[in-house]
Write a protein that binds this ligand. Sequence first.
Ligand code: SAH
Length: 221
Amino acid sequence: MNNPISGAGMTSQRTRERLIQRLRSAGIRNEQVLNVMCQMPRHLFVDEALASRAYEDTALPIGFGQTISQPFIVARMTEALLQGGPLKNVLEVGTGSGYQTAVLSRLVDRVYSVERIAPLIERARQRLRTLKIRNVHLKHSDGLCGLPEYAPFDGILAAAAPEELPKALLEQLAIGGRLLIPAGRQGNTQVLYRITRSKAGFQQEELEQVSFVPMVSGIPV
Ligand code: SAH
């Protein structure tokens, strides 16, 4: 029997390597990020019916109107978050499938990830367990409030787009910390921002145009 983690055919290591080549030619330079993504079985983060498409560079549906992020965007955001040195304490807003969480877990000391849709976080928890990832703490809560009990964070990555930068996330950034977040008011497209906090205040860079699901306030009942 095939090992489900290593995959076969359209989910094989060779298929993953083709995706990595694609990310490289799209401009991803951080070898650690590329390495981790080359090892990570993305097919386990989507429904079995979509597994054969898991190594295409596209977002895919994960239920509840949400999507697993496009590999290029995961790579780009992770690379931009890590520029400037190793990170200890990272908060992710929008666990979704748990794929970005799993990638981060291999690159930083500890990941906290919050998600507002309970069944998604349960599935993500199971996947992380299967992969024996233990430096992640998942919480069912509204990421617009951040996670004050574990703040400050030296990195925050938002996988859903608010209209404006959430104050709580800025406040929970450590001095020297970086926040990667898509934000904007225009329909399906937003700007990906990197905000760096220094003693003097916040410095804002615009990285690129992106398309994320909206960051929604509150927990569904
Ligand atoms: N990185 C994830 C992306 C999932 S899509 C992946 O690759 O699978 C973004 C996720 O953000 C969705 O699951 C959505 O439910 C969640 N989300 C949206 N608004 C949120 C909020 N206020 N707090 C927590 N999670 C939120």
